[in-house]
Design a protein. Structure first.
Length: 68
């Protein structure tokens, strides 16, 4: 699979991740990775794992989520 962002710039770069919001494939240059705590649904807001998980997004979704 190739990176969607690179393809838009006429480049062919292998993807290393899939955006968890829109599902676009992204390469190492375009992926945004951040740690997130896993929370339980039975007790909302309670952290159920001590180690954070990874959340990966594309540049477009990352920007959209961080905008006011």
């Amino acid at each position: 699979m190739k990176c969607y962002e690179c393809d838009r710039s006429d480049r062919a770069t292998d993807a290393v991740a899939v955006c968890q919001v829109c599902g676009a494939a992204v390469c190492a240059e375009h992926v945004h990775t951040e740690p997130v705590q896993i929370r339980g649904s039975a007790q909302p807001g309670k952290v159920i794992h001590s180690r954070p998980a990874r959340r990966m997004t594309c540049p477009v979704c990352h920007t959209a989520e961080k905008s006011p």
